[in-house]
Design a protein around this ligand. Sequence first.
Ligand SMILES: [Zn+2]
Length: 217
Amino acid sequence: MKTLKRFVLVGAPASGKGTQSSFLSETYDLKPLSTGALLRAEVAAGSELGLEAKKYMDAAQFVPDDVVNGIVTQWLGSNRNCGCLLDGYPRTVAQAQTLDANLAELGLAVDIVVYLNVSPELIEARMLRRKACPKCGETTRNGEELCPKCGTPMIVRTDDNPEAFAKRRRDYETLTLPVVEHYREQGKVVQIDVVEEGEPETVSARIEAAIKAYAEA
Ligand SMILES: [Zn+2]
């Protein structure tokens, strides 16, 4: 039976990763790591890394890898006895390699990578079912023709800028999917293929079964 402490969750934008992230945190008692929140906390604390990060955040630029890696390593070191969930990090193979090396120095490692592989067709269909009411602002996810609150015909939600979404999708494919392959080589990936729409609870149950099988293997 493997002891699983450090989880990484990987999934495309709009794959339902947020829901499964909450499920994993609750089920396995994991502390979620948010690089955004960590960066803001370091900035607020005025630490050396925080001051470095602030320069980039003030200029609305990406905080460079070495600063993010430093903050994450510090966090993982001070939470070494807790279960944790890394979601949105590592975002690139370079980050994964640094993470592995930094964890190894602490005598730790990533224990499991949960890869939520939702088909692009399914994600696209989901986006089209995200509707908004032009009159009262009610939003829904199930493609409702009429607003459940005021009966006005609904329109497809446009709060997701299509170009920005396409860019996030491309970045995910070119930068983050190789992270899955990086950990697959280490035999640490549990892959959940989702090709048909269903309840999030069904996906959660499949994730739980796959993690159990992985831990017992
Ligand atoms: Zn309405």
